[in-house]
Structures are given as C-alpha cells and as structure tokens.
Design a protein around this ligand. Structure first.
Ligand code: FAD
Length: 317
C-alpha cells in the first residue's frame, strides 16, 4: 500500500487532534506514516498514533529541529520524501503547517494545496476558497502531492496501525538556521477547552458591545463546557484576545454546536465556522445574514437572551 507522510503536531509530548484527523484521511488513501519532528516522542504518543492508523512513526528527535523557526521541519520532510518516495504528504493547515507545506513544495519541486477540507482517491482535495464561498476540487499535477488540511474537517476514526518506530537522523542546514527560536511562552490555557478542538463554541461579536460584556458570553460557555470565540470586529476592538478570533484570518472551528451572539455573519467569519454541525444565531436584526446559515435563530437582544440561556443550562445540570 502506498505510504503517506503525516507531519505530527504535538505539544508537551501530546499529539494534537488535527494529527488524528490527518491520519484518518491518510488511512483512507494508503498506509499512514507519522513524522515526529523534534524530541519528546513517548510510548504513549506512539500508541496514540498507531491507534489512529500510523503504520510507521518516523522519529526525528534532534533538538535542532525545534530550535529554529519552521525551516528544519521542511528539510526533514524533504529528506523523507526523497528517501521514501511517499504517495503524498499531509500537514495541518495551521499557520506553521502552511509555511512548512510551501517550503516543502519548493524543496521537492512539487505542487501544494492548502486549506483542503477533504481528500479522496488519487489525492483529489476538496478546497474551500474565497472565504468559504466556493468549494473546488484540486489535484497536484507535479511532484509529490503536498496537502495542508484544515483542522476539524474530518472526524478522527480509530484504525489500528503497526506503529513501528524508525529513527531518522537529520542534519539541519545552515540556511535552515536563519531564524532561531529564542523563547517559548505557554499561553494560559484556563479551564476552557481549546478553541479548535472544542465540541461547543460560543462566540461573541460587535453586538456584545464591550470587553466587560464578554463575561456574558463566557458565562454561557462555562455553563456548556464550551470554548469562547469572537468575531474580528470584537478582537479588533480589543474586547477579546486575537487568538480567539474565528474566521478566514482567525481559527477554523468545526464543533458539534456553534453559538454566534451579536455576529452578523460576514463571509470572512463564516469561513471559520460554517462546517459546525449545528449553528445557533442570536441577533437583534432579523435580516442578519447569519440567519441564512443558522439551524436555529433567536431574534433578540443577546444581553437578555444569553443570560436566560445560561440560567436554563445551569438549571438542567
Ligand atoms: P457586525 O458585522 O458589526 O455585526 C454585529 C451584529 O450584532 C449585527 O448583526 C447586529 O444586528 C448584532 N447586534 C448588535 N447589538 C446586538 C445585541 N444587543 N443583541 C444581539 N445582536 C446584536 N471577521 C471575522 O469574524 N473573522 C475573520 O477571520 C475575518 N477576517 C477578515 C479578513 C479580511 C481580509 C476582511 C476584509 C475582513 C475580515 N473579517 C473577519 C471581518 C468581517 O468582514 C466582518 O467585518 C466581521 O466579521 C464583523 O464582525 P461582527 O459580525 O461581530 O460585527
């Protein structure tokens, strides 16, 4: 079966959910090989990768891979592409993943597709473009197909793989050492789930009105065990931190339930949340475009509706 390389996203030795999604896609096309870049591969991480279909785990444990910004990871993948001639390479369509994909494409003289939301036989990618307004099917016509897949576009499915670990020695070139990581500061995670991995997301927009008012959104999120998101209008106004922005220039989420409060539903916002399974919109304007997308709509002032919802959810616990 043809080998497909999957670059593992990991934090503190833990495999991120997007990697399990990529392994699931790779499994549907061939034999997935997970590529672990940097130190820290544990037996538990290997077991997790195997549980989701990885037949091989390439362990490139050199510290140098993570000491420099992005470029060494592209070099590692280029080395594996040349040694193993895989049928394709999958990376997460995160900011880092897309940069790696682009660099890898140049190094291997191959085509690259970013922001894929699905992948079928023959490495045909479903791509969401123009802020999610148009879906196209694309296929790499040259070299090894490199596809950056959006987080949350596929549900991870367990599928036993062999999980055979193979050590990979890498020599990071001087060119790849052009930008060094000088510090890493962990973001306070808090009690809420990570935005891109949450099953429920409650987002607030300009209609929330102020930074202080975001406590209303947080209250509902906490009652539901959800993550908090925000529109760009809210993050640009400084009401909520930018890392919580949902949309074309923010995060892509695909939760079971997305609640949009005081958000009009601009195409750039929809690009980041339109694949949510169920969408509830709360907006005082019955003509707001978000209602075209919503499964359930509540026309009303969010400052009245959201606290009532929070109360109702709390009462049912
Ligand atoms: P508005 O469009 O102003 O909507 C506010 C809504 O709140 C209105 O519908 C109003 O009826 C409602 N409202 C007001 N008060 C209340 C109340 N008390 N109760 C209930 N409802 C109320 N946007 C993103 O979100 N994410 C992105 O990643 C993103 N990327 C962009 C990239 C580019 C290149 C560009 C050009 C734009 C981008 N935008 C993005 C901005 C986008 O075009 C919109 O401007 C933005 O999404 C609007 O945010 P909003 O819905 O919160 O605000």
């Amino acid at each position: 079966m043809s080998e497909i390389l999957v670059l593992v996203e990991h934090v503190d030795g833990e495999v991120k959910k997007v990697t399990l999604e990529l392994l699931t896609l790779a499994k549907s096309l061939g034999s997935p090989s997970a590529v672990w870049a940097g130190p820290g591969l544990t037996d538990a991480a290997t077991a997790k990768l195997a549980e989701y279909g990885a037949d091989k785990v390439y362990n490139a444990s050199s510290q140098e891979i993570v000491d420099y910004v992005v470029a060494p990871k592209a070099e590692l993948l280029a080395q594996l592409v040349s040694e193993k001639s895989p049928a394709g390479v999958l990376v997460a369509a995160t900011a880092e993943g897309k940069e790696i994909a682009g660099r890898l494409a140049v190094k291997t003289d191959s085509g690259v597709i970013t922001d894929a939301v699905g992948l079928s036989d023959g490495f045909v990618a479903d791509q969401s473009i123009f802020g999610g307004g148009v879906n196209v099917k694309s296929k790499v016509a040259k070299g090894t197909p490199i596809v950056a897949v959006r987080p949350n576009s596929t549900a991870p499915v367990a599928a036993a793989g062999a999980g055979a670990v193979e050590e990979v020695a890498v020599t990071v070139s001087d060119a790849a050492k052009a930008a060094r990581v000088v510090d890493r500061v962990k973001q306070e995670k808090g009690a809420r789930p990570e935005l891109t991995e949450a099953a429920i997301v409650v987002s607030g927009g300009r209609g929330v009105g102020s930074a202080d008012n975001f406590s209303v959104i947080e209250g509902l999120a906490d009652a539901l065990g959800a993550a908090v998101g925000a529109s760009r209008a809210a993050t640009d106004a400084g009401w909520y931190p930018h890392q919580f922005q949902v949309g074309q220039t923010g995060k892509t989420v695909s939760p079971q339930l997305y609640i949009a409060a005081g958000i009009s539903g601009a195409i750039q916002h929809r690009a980041g949340m339109q694949t949510a399974k169920t969408i509830i919109a709360i907006n005082k304007d019955p003509e707001a475009p978000i209602f075209e997308l919503a499964d359930y709509g509540i026309v009303g002032d969010l400052h009245q509706v959201v606290p009532q919802l929070t109360q109702e959810v709390s009462n049912r616990k």
